[in-house]
Design a protein around this ligand. Structure first.
Ligand SMILES: [Zn+2]
Ligand SMILES: [Zn+2]
Length: 288
């Protein structure tokens, strides 16, 4: 075992609690990647990070050290941060990685999120030590992982991440909020798909935005998201072994997602793709 990947939040756009979403989950994006010695990288800080924070504090054996990698700063990817319990005990250390948006720094964005007008505890009052590490597309090391970041096709600056243990081992890609189809005006070069396939090549696990059905996409072009069909086709082109459909559309209940996964698997089978397809489910852990 090189590392595990656990889904704490799978839903796109807005939390959707309730009986109809109980299986796939109603919390917004948060995925924990953990190495065998407890090295932890958290991908996005949607509402799923709240329960993860509670677990980290509970199993705490010494200080909590968390590296949080943000894809971008849309609400659904940061709205759990103010409720991340490790922030509120001295001795814990949290580092948040992500890109600026236009001329607004990542730190300014996080400060605004905890401004007294909208949240009672300002960023400076957190007990844990906090580091904000602004990054761009490129390569850097986060804890025990080598990370490659690439620009995605989504409004604002959104990054997809490829993680590989620094000591070697399998790779995974976390790509959410990404429009694979035509539509939208994004700051990506004409060669984006070729570049993207190179970025994904030989990954053992690919988590990808699969928010829409093809019918729904017709009225959502330019919104920065993909269909499950597009995600499967991409995984096929990239030769990915395992595809996780992610960032579920808020209007999709469990049964709608069941149907979507079944259709995605049919597509993969028909095309003879090697990819095993699953839909992200809150509480699901994959081992690489
Ligand atoms: Zn999103
Ligand atoms: Zn977004």
């Amino acid at each position: 075992m090189f590392f595990t990947v656990t889904f704490w939040g799978t839903r796109g756009s807005i939390p959707t609690p309730g009986a109809h979403t109980a299986r796939y989950g109603g919390n917004t994006p948060c995925v924990a990647v953990e190495g065998p010695a407890g090295q932890l990288v958290i991908l996005d800080a949607g509402t799923g990070i709240r329960a993860l924070g509670l677990e980290l504090v509970e199993r705490q054996n010494g200080a909590v050290k968390a590296e949080i990698l943000l894809s971008h700063a849309h609400w659904d990817h940061i709205q759990g941060l103010p409720h991340f319990k490790p922030f509120f005990a001295p001795g814990n250390a949290v580092r948040i990685w992500g890109s600026r948006q236009g001329t607004t720094s990542l730190e300014a964005i996080l400060r605004q999120q905890m401004d007294p007008a909208v949240f009672p505890v300002p960023l400076d009052a957190l007990s844990a030590s906090l580091t904000v590490q602004q990054v761009e597309a490129g390569e850097f090391t986060v804890g025990a992982f080598r990370v490659r970041a690439t620009r995605l096709r989504h409004p604002g600056t959104t990054l997809g991440y490829r993680l590989t243990p620094t000591a070697g081992g399998p790779s995974m890609a976390y790509v959410t909020d990404n429009e694979l189809g035509p539509g939208g005006h994004y700051d990506t070069p004409a060669t984006w798909r070729k570049d993207f396939l190179a970025f994904l090549s030989t990954t053992d696990l690919q988590i990808h935005d699969a928010m829409y059905t093809p019918q729904e996409l017709l009225v959502h072009r330019g919104w920065g998201h993909s269909t499950f069909e597009e995600a499967v086709a991409l995984a096929g082109d990239a030769g990915v072994k395992r595809l996780v459909l992610f960032h579920h559309e808020p209007e999709h209940g469990d049964e709608a997602i069941d149907a979507l996964v079944a259709a995605a698997r049919r597509q993969a089978r028909t095309k003879g793709l090697p990819a095993e397809v699953v839909a992200a489910q809150e509480g699901m852990t994959l081992t690489l």
